[in-house]
Design a protein around this ligand. Structure first.
Ligand SMILES: Cc1ncc(COP(=O)(O)O)c(C=O)c1O
Length: 395
């Protein structure tokens, strides 16, 4: 294998590939976005108001869901979805240890016990079989809800979660933060569970110009509660029925998101083409392995039958991940690790009472995953550069 210093040629440094370049999305939309922002200034509707309402209505229509409610972030959307579904003190919620921090912190913020179950090594999503096992024992037996995360833009095996929910009378909350437009047998995520939470953090497939999020639901009672909770627990101005919070979406974000909503279908298709492109390039380079665990080469992510993946991330598994990442960085090629530390091993979540060894699949994934550059405007030659670098490192 080549050492980093031997490969740091002036040529390789000349062809960097960014992990994400948001300016490429902004440039062709510049005028449209500025016009939309101008309308917010003209109307002075800064908090919720008509621009957020307009986005909510088109978002609900696109997802095929009855209610779409804008809020301040994906983290708040998770809390609102839980609290709005009546999950609270004394309840337990089962989720994955292999996700972003907010998947668990929002459960704790709702005053609920977080119960973890391991992931499926083939998809890196929460394993329905592991959830069923956990529900049989200890804290899991008192669980009132399951919160699966559609990680990297791929829907979890929803039919299984729906069955488990039905059989045990559990509420299903989707963490759809990374998965706008993803589907399960033709139904969009966000329309599958009792409620769902989206994030429009700037790096997401559908992104705001700041922090923003959304709760979707087909349930009238949940929608009504979420509206009250995001607005300080008020149904009537200055009459606070419950412990709500300030979790509102602002008008500028609503306006930006309404513009981008028109393009997200096209952007997600571009991501799907890029993912297929990576698959083909890795196969051609002769470094792809069947998995689920890597040996000498690269295990490619795969789309599960029944799921439509929107490739928020294209995540490979590789044995000497950190060294590969350094090798790529030396050539100016971006990559990222989502996530280096599973949630049960995070300092802030020690109180959950888990420790190393409790979720071996999540722990192993945390050592092996590497997200490669993927965004709608990524060029084919840039993908080739990425794959060439990985293949060279492995040769
Ligand atoms: C899976 C998941 N859940 C929740 C969140 C929280 O969203 P936000 O950053 O908008 O609060 C994120 C965002 O990174 C996420 O990836």
């Amino acid at each position: 294998m080549l050492e980093r210093s031997e490969t740091e040629t002036s040529e390789s440094v000349r062809t960097p590939v960014p992990m994400l370049d948001l300016k490429r999305q902004y440039e062709p939309l510049c005028e449209e976005l500025e016009e939309a922002l101008g309308r917010v200034l003209e109307t002075q509707q800064f908090i919720l108001g008509e621009h957020v309402r307009e986005f909510e209505l088109s978002a609900a229509e696109q997802l095929g869901v009855k209610h779409a409610l804008g809020c301040s972030s994906g983290t708040d959307a998770l809390w609102l979805a839980l609290a709005g579904s009546g999950i609270g003190a004394g309840h337990g919620v089962v989720t994955t240890p292999f996700s972003f921090f907010a998947s668990v912190s929002s459960i704790l913020r709702a005053g609920v016990t977080a119960v973890l179950a391991d992931i499926d090594p083939a998809t890196l999503n929460l394993s329905p079989a592991a959830v069923e096992k956990v529900l049989e024992i200890g804290r899991g037996a008192r669980a009132r809800a399951i919160l699966p995360v559609h990680l990297y833009g791929q829907c979890v095996e929803w039919s299984e979660f729906a069955r488990i929910g039905r059989e045990r009378g559990l509420t299903l909350i989707e963490d759809a933060a990374q998965a706008w437009g993803a589907e399960w047998h033709g139904v969009k995520v966000g329309a599958l569970g009792d409620a769902a939470a989206f994030s429009f953090y700037p790096t997401k497939n559908l992104s705001a110009a700041g922090d923003a999020g959304m709760v979707t639901t087909n349930r009238e009672d949940v929608a009504e509660r979420v509206k009250m909770l995001r607005q300080q627990g008020m149904r009537r101005r200055y009459y606070h029925d419950e412990m709500g919070w300030n979790a509102r979406m602002d008008g500028f974000q609503g306006a930006v998101l309404s513009v981008k909503l028109k393009y997200i279908g096209k952007w997600n298709e571009a991501r799907r083409a890029l993912a297929a492109g990576y698959d083909e390039l890795f196969q051609k380079a002769g470094v792809a392995e069947p998995g689920p665990y890597p040996v000498h080469g690269v295990v490619l992510p795969r789309e599960v039958a029944g799921a439509k993946h929107v490739w928020h991330q294209y995540v490979i598994r590789v044995a000497r991940r950190d060294a590969l990442r350094e090798f790529m960085a030396a050539r100016g090629i971006g990559s990222e690790i989502y996530y280096p530390v599973p949630l049960h091993m995070q300092e802030a979540l020690k109180g959950l009472g888990y420790g190393e060894g409790d979720f071996p699949e999540a722990e192993r994934a945390a050592r092996e995953v590497l997200a490669l550059p993927i965004f709608p405007e990524l060029r084919e030659d840039e993908q080739e550069t990425v794959v060439e670098a990985v293949a060279e490192y492995l040769s």
